[in-house]
Write a protein of this length. Structure first.
Length: 324
């Protein structure tokens, strides 16, 4: 068989060089081609990382400039090793009063899980979802979250769902010396008066019980924090606040949009006087509720427990609990 027929037979049997390599110069090696593919893959991953938004808030208050960034692929959650001493012996119950703010919740849960995990804070996020038809009662939901958080947690954070800490120097550790107000007036983007203890407040469970929890008389938005400040003082406790934080009002991102989501600030005649009084009888001891369901969820790899809560209201005591 001549050389020409031998080459034709090899082509019919599938032999010879691959078609793509046949287009390349005769001395071109496959190794530079492989290296070029690796380089292109690395450049693509780097471009994706630099152009995506990730789980955290956009610096500077969350307002992006130009075209919106694309979401990053979810990162693997950080989980504590039970025998890892750097995580410490204490466990935080993060209590999040909630109603119908799902877009805020989807940002809050994965962000806070990673924030606390980076700080080696053992934690459990409880979403306290009010599903009854009464007005929103943040204080009662926190009381319920405290009672339902279990014995494996020994301190709580009363944490608004629309407030995200941006400064990793903020302390979420066990507040042994007394209530620790993370969102202090000199750092909170909105509220700056000296007796403010809202937004984010840490307490040991023992100290919360000393205050008998929060008053259940505050239906609608506001004032329950001011009443709780008086309870803290009445229990002989001293509120502590962060020191050495230099980011000022840029320390937190506030997710709430008041123009789009109005707060329930309605006050009927009797409620106007009641909102400034100290409730010396009610709190943990008389919160009335029922757990409709308890569901373990994972949001972008971050675990949390959703408690669907039905609060009860004595309309003879607080007729302002209804929308009527």
């Amino acid at each position: 068989m001549g050389p020409a027929r031998r080459r034709a037979a090899l082509r019919l049997r599938g032999g010879g060089s691959p078609p793509l390599l046949g287009l390349l110069p005769g001395r071109f090696s496959v190794f530079p081609l492989f290296f070029l593919a690796l380089l292109l893959g690395f450049a693509s991953l780097l471009w994706l990382q630099l152009s995506c938004s990730g789980e955290g808030p956009v610096p500077g208050g969350g307002q992006s400039r130009g075209a919106p960034r694309q979401p990053c692929p979810p990162q693997a959650p950080l989980l504590p090793a039970e025998d890892e001493p750097s995580w410490g012996p204490h466990r935080l119950a993060l209590l999040v009063p909630f109603r119908e703010r799902f877009e805020e919740l989807l940002a809050f849960v994965p962000y806070m899980h990673r924030f606390l995990s980076k700080k080696r804070i053992r934690h459990h996020i409880f979403v306290l979802n009010q599903v009854d038809h009464f007005r929103f009662n943040r204080a009662s939901l926190i009381n319920v979250g405290f009672l339902e958080s279990g014995n494996d947690t020994d301190y709580i954070a009363m944490h608004d769902v629309d407030l995200l800490p941006l400064n990793e120097q903020l302390d979420y550790s066990f507040p042994e010396a007394g209530p620790f107000h993370v969102a202090s007036p000199e750092l909170h983007p909105l509220y700056h008066y000296k007796t403010y203890v809202g937004g984010i407040l840490l307490l040991t469970k023992q100290h919360y019980e000393m205050c008998n929890g929060m008053s259940n008389r505050f239906w609608g938005w506001g004032r329950e924090d001011d009443e709780f400040y008086r309870r803290i003082k009445g229990a002989g406790l001293q509120v502590r606040r962060p020191s050495g934080i230099t980011t000022g009002y840029e320390t937190f991102q506030h997710l709430h949009d008041p123009a789009w989501r109005k707060r329930d600030q309605k006050r009927i005649a009797a409620q106007k006087q009641e909102q400034f009084k100290v409730d010396r009888e009610g709190g943990l001891n008389n919160v009335r509720y029922r757990i409709e369901s308890r569901t373990a969820l994972s949001v972008a790899g971050a675990p949390c427990t959703v408690l669907n809560i039905l609060l009860d209201c004595d309309t003879s005591e607080t007729p302002w609990c209804t929308f009527g």
